[in-house]
Ligand binder design. Sequence first.
Ligand code: R5P
Length: 325
Amino acid sequence: MDKKKTIEMMHSLKIFSGNANKDLAVKICDYLNVPLGDATAERFPDGEINIKVNEDVRGSDVFLIQPTCPPVNENLTELLIFIDCFRRASSARITAVIPYFGYARKDRKDEGRVPITAKLVSNLITEAGADRVITMDLHAAQIQGFFDIPVDHLLSFPVISNYYESLNIPDLVVVSPDVGGIKTARHYSEKLKIKLAIVDKRRVGPAETEVGFVIGDVKDKNVVIVDDMIATGGSIVQAANTLKEKGAKDIYVGATHPLLCGSAVEKFKTAPIKEFAVTDTIPLTENAKSLGDKIKILSIDKLLGESIRRTHLNESISSMFNDAK
Ligand code: R5P
């Protein structure tokens, strides 16, 4: 595409942010060299959300950056109201950029009388007026199919794997903390040319897991556990304890979404884990900052910025993840 056309197209690109992760939105705008759209998301005295977009978006290609991280219900509702606002203001296209997609755990009826919230939230986003979605490391990749609009499912893998490649840790083994994470761990194993091990985790309640044994050799090896999210930290800490029992040396963790809720931070202070590398899909809580050097933030700003640029210019996104096929 010639430069003049690219510049013309970039003109109609507008990026807005709700309150969930403005720092990330600013970094994305820096990467794309566009200003952050002018909008306010405040509260009425009774707590209702009051949104106002303060610039013209008629005919624009709008990208709204809003992960649905805690406070989940506030952030989700802001997302929906923003989309409605852009639709009524005649935007040409609205892309909901949801770096962390909350309410994803319930993606099927695994027992009687439970909802499928991942489907409900997908319906709400579509019904509000989103034309497409960009998201990252969904809790279950099949959630893409809950939308009848295009979904670009990005992976943090290039960012986290580059980091571990740069550390050049000897005798490193990548560990999946459960059977569901094997595919992701295999990507790391192939890219970093290291062996793979699996921790056998069983869920015994919404916030409780039980760890059994390790498949693969971790004795006298350094290990990196890779996971999509850390919520209560139970899975990671139990996996780390089991790996230590099996003779692992230094334990690292690479995870995309650092929810770090409940007593996760306290658990991590004493866990046998050398360092956590997490991304900025969601902001780190004040409490989590007390982990100091034990937590390393890797930004996915360029990855998201580049995906937005490519979406806007109708260029391929999947080619950004050739290493993860
Ligand atoms: C499980 O399937 C996920 O990949 C994470 O391991 C899990 O959701 C993390 O939750 P928690 O930190 O509460 O154990």
